[in-house]
Design a protein. Sequence first.
Length: 380
Amino acid sequence: MKRDTTISIAKGIAIILMVIAHAEAPGWLCNFIFEFHMPLFFITAGYFFSTKYLNDEATFVKKRIKGLYIPFVKWAVFFLIIHNWMFDIGILNEVYGNESGGVLHPWSWHQIQQNLWNIFTAMGGYDAFLCGAFWFFRGLFVASILYLIIYKVLDSCLSRIPRNSSFIPYLICLIMLLLCGWKTWEGLKVINLVQGGYRDMMGCFFFGIGFIFRQFAEKYRNLISHYYTSVWTTIIFAIVVYLFSKYLTANMNWRSSFQQFLSLPLPAILGFLMTYNISGWIDRCDNLFKHSLVYIGDHTLNIFIFHIVSYKVVSLIKIWYYGLDIRQIGCHMVIHDYSQQDYFWILYTIAGVGLPLAGTWLCEKAKLKFREYRASSAAQ
């Protein structure tokens, strides 16, 4: 049976868009991308949620730990270990930092220990510049487990109501929206969660949207099966997302205001549908472009982890090209000078996606060779 790779392609497109936005592409493009690219990851994760986990919570939690918590801890600790060394070799410095002028400093032994505790206990404490996208690991980890807990509680409480399961997913999404609205209106924080919990709670909402969409995916595909219907709906979705990005800009910023919260759900969902439509077109083909996007979509975590470090290669080229201070390699995430005038964001995107994938491919080949070597040695 042919594998439906539409969601993998959608994830591949989303991760490329994330790398483009982090590369300080033109402002209009970044605003457009920010409207939906991170919610898309939560929606695609929720797409694969199954109610079978309501009676097998351990399996679901183990998968989340293996797929999110362990990779986070492993690489957050790695970058924690090399943090001070990055200052020694010049990758980080105390002169150049983010667009607002914020910089990092070498950590004391006490700070290293505290960050280590934060990594294990709160999925925080990671290097803010080299691991700037690591919040996603915690966000999806918390959102998915929170969704399971709420679903199980509601299912138990409403078990006496006939056909209760049909509206529980909608009720969960409504609850999360109300809580996020309350939170942003009053400026409240979930003190147990790093950054206050907004991303995690909105992530739970979008996770639920993905689960709901899965129930109607086949009907949706049939609805837009005609080529012109599919094209026009995609264009309309894109226009709406663009208008939001121009006049009611919002994203999953952890400091979102109430207005930004109100502006997020609609363009995020329409942006997902737009991407899903495009992914469906690509999935019907059988060419290198499709297979490349599938491979990218199946290895998004590696790009999350290493794209910022990969940017440094292009930063060296930009420093040479413009004759900039070599210490600008420490800029987060990319060098800010001329970023809105030149096209270095394209090179940053190629490096941010290509280098992590090249490393992934080489590691996979090395593991395969090692297994073949062990197999041949055992046969002898």
